[in-house]
Design a protein. Structure first.
Length: 218
């Protein structure tokens, strides 16, 4: 399971990506169990295709929009969905939680904040998470994602390859998560119980490493 690190699109391929026409949203086919979902290859969360990013038209691998944002740090609307990810995310220093688990935590918070009995606990976790953004400002000079993208853009290829961003994480705004959660619906309902977050995160990680089977959450 490959972890996520802040990166940017570089070279000719990056220019081509910027000039590519706006892509249409993947079609979500309705079914008896709700919209078609795909599993993010990074954090392992299942999201509707409308929130998934594929590498190309033929790729069977997808990322959720949160994980995809790590490879386009500071870009305003990298997935052409009309969401300003640059202003909806800030950078924090949280070395003890890997980026994939951090994104799982974001999805969990989005669900728990909608639940009457779990809302206050979720707010406390969210506030502690947001407080870690000031460590990025004091240690790196900024907590704004576009500043990191711009800084990496000035690096030579050798310097870029040697960049140390292993302790940096993206913290997405509650407003963005509320909007995304509205599209996800109740498919992440198990995360409403804050006491199960550790169990569910470990189960999802095992699923990504070992494949489906006994690793599926119950």
């Amino acid at each position: 399971m490959k972890d996520l690190f802040l990166s940017i699109r570089r070279g000719a391929s990056a220019v081509a990506a910027m000039r590519r026409p706006k892509a249409s949203k993947p079609e979500a086919r309705a079914s008896s169990t709700g919209p078609l979902t795909v599993r993010c290859e990074s954090c392992g969360i299942a999201v509707p295709t409308a929130l998934a990013i594929s590498a190309d038209a033929e790729s069977k691998k997808h990322q959720c929009e949160l994980c995809a944002s790590y490879s386009t740090a500071g870009e305003k609307d990298p997935s052409n969905r009309g969401r300003d990810m640059a202003t909806q995310s800030l950078v924090a220093v949280v070395p003890e939680i890997c980026a994939t688990d951090m994104n799982l935590l974001h999805w969990a918070l989005a669900v728990a904040l909608e639940h009457p009995s779990e809302r206050e606990r979720a707010k406390q976790v969210s506030q502690r998470l947001q407080a870690r953004m000031y460590d990025a400002k004091h240690g790196y000079g900024s907590m704004k994602a576009p500043a990191y993208g711009e800084a990496m853009g000035f690096l030579s290829d050798g310097e870029y390859a040697m960049r140390d961003v292993t302790e940096l994480r993206l913290v997405f705004s509650p407003a963005l998560m509320q909007k995304l959660q509205a599209e996800v619906g109740q498919s992440h309902g198990a995360f409403m119980n804050c006491d199960r977050w550790t169990e569910l995160t470990q189960s999802t990680r095992r699923l990504m490493v070992d494949g489906p089977g006994d690793a599926e959450p119950k």
